[in-house]
Design a protein around this ligand. Sequence first.
Ligand SMILES: [Zn+2]
Length: 66
Amino acid sequence: MAEKTNYEIKLKYCPNCGESLLKTGSLLNEYWISEDTAYFCWCGDCSWRGEIIEVKRVIAPELVTS
Ligand SMILES: [Zn+2]
């Protein structure tokens, strides 16, 4: 039985040139690293490729404020 919840792709555009990653010639692949969601992108227009990771939690050193 298919899941009935609506699924939306959050990442749609190339972070380098802004072209749609959903059109023919580009690649957008979603996968998971533990509880984070990773998107591998390959832009067919400008050939930029890389990964963008949506994180659930951020661990960072304490920020210094002046
Ligand atoms: Zn691009």
